[in-house]
Design a binder for this molecule. Sequence first.
Ligand code: NDP
Length: 527
Amino acid sequence: MTTENSFKLTYATMFNPPEELHKRFDQALAHLKANLGQDHAMIIDGKETYNQDKLENRFPADTDVLLGTFQKGTAADAQAALAAARKAFPAWSHTPWQERIALVRKAAALMDERIFEMGAVLAMEVGKTRMEALGDVAETADIFRYSCSRMEANNGFINEMGADPLVGYVSTNTSVLRPYGVWLVISPFNFPASLSGGPAATALVAGNTIVMKPASDTPWTSRIIAECFRDAGIPAGVFNYVTGPGSTLGQALIESPEVDGVTFTGSYDVGMKIFRDFGLGRWVRPTILELGGKNPVIVSRHADIETAAMGIMRSAFGLQGQKCSAASRIYAEAPIYDALAARLVELTQNLKIGDPTERAVFLGPVVNKSSYKDYQTFVAEIKAAGKVLTGGQILSEGEYARGYFCAPTVAELPFTHRLWKHEMFVPITTIGKVHSLDEAMKLANDVDYGLTSGFYGTDDEADWFFDKIEAGTNYSNRSQGATTGAWPGFQPFGDWKGSGSSGKNGGGLYYLPLYMHEQSYTRVRKA
Ligand code: NDP
């Protein structure tokens, strides 16, 4: 998103936006609050589709507020959506790629137009601050555009190859990337715009048709994305939007032989189950998994303490620690350990906690009761085995009484404790003292995950860090976020090891081809 005075909104610029953004967000929020409680349909084959059973979408900062109801889709809805996508595939895949990207770019422009409305919805259903919510929408539109520009830059991925030396014949060889067919997108609650819309738009650019199933906590944002596709003129059936529980609707989609490829973003456990279940099909189908993280930050004795503490605080507690990229393990060298820990604690204690739609608030509620309970369980474990430096309790009085509020927590734990390796996904980060960078690196890499990482120290040390760290997305000396805040086209975002399957980063050069398979043609004519 770019405003009249050329401000470009990203996760790195969001800390000091122009006044205009706040004004327009406030207007959109007021309008939204006056229109809550409606029933929202699925979109299957271009038709608004309702069910008798509903999912309730509530505001996690005040669970008395019903944002709206959504359909509890069934296995029959899954089949209908897949059938619609199958029917639409021949025409969409044969639509010239230039026309496909024109429609996806139009959908991005519509999303730009609706950014404040969508940001307000997103903030309320996730419990995200206004700037993080606007960032999620702006990022999504940029992913749409980036996918289009990659298709263009590669001229539709149609390439003439070399000629084989046939005597008496002339041969021409062509390589072309073509879509797979029906693509399933299953997304998590925390980035409901970019992680639903990003893969969906990329699949569409590639020529696939899609079925999109968002998380049950956050169905509304994806509904607006589906509306942008529809209003841009993407034909009925090319995209389908279904809502309902992962364990029933989601499972039915995964078990269907009608799915030709899937992008799943979510937890390690669900992702691995999907990987196994999807593997039971008649042949191997592309499975793009973007899973959890346990992201380390290493702070050298030469680091600038203020930059490090600020970057760590932002990445540990932005979105209440519920980012796959959250900074959840801090390894600091002994000479600066006390100063870093003290400054991190101070910054954390100064955070404004409350209704995330309010301008001054940095930390909202966790998304649901299950995360709220997780927080309490982890805190009890930490208190038994280590030391809470700040935080360590739920907030349940006064303005916090009807929401899932948790105090941001910095804790020390022995390195042998299981929580150093477990993705908590709540506002808790652990910090530990190391005596060398080699020791820190050994600990940093000693987990199954490999999503993001951060480093603070000299430039030479940063080079060493980038060479040794086992993670897909890495940063050094960044105050805007130690481990968070990637942007399409700037910082390709992806996962190594247990954090993902494709080995190629979203928003990067090699992502779009994941949605296509290669075909080669050899044409032989007599000379
Ligand atoms: P979950 O794994 O709980 O859910 C993700 C999605 O899977 C939801 O839409 C869910 O539906 C669905 N689902 C659940 N069970 C099944 C099933 N059996 N078959 C098909 N679909 C199913 O993740 P969360 O929503 O809690 O998101 C948090 C997780 O996502 C964290 O682990 C985080 O690290 C990860 N993540 C990874 C990112 C990355 O890029 N690597 C980015 C963002 C998040 P329902 O909601 O109805 O249960």
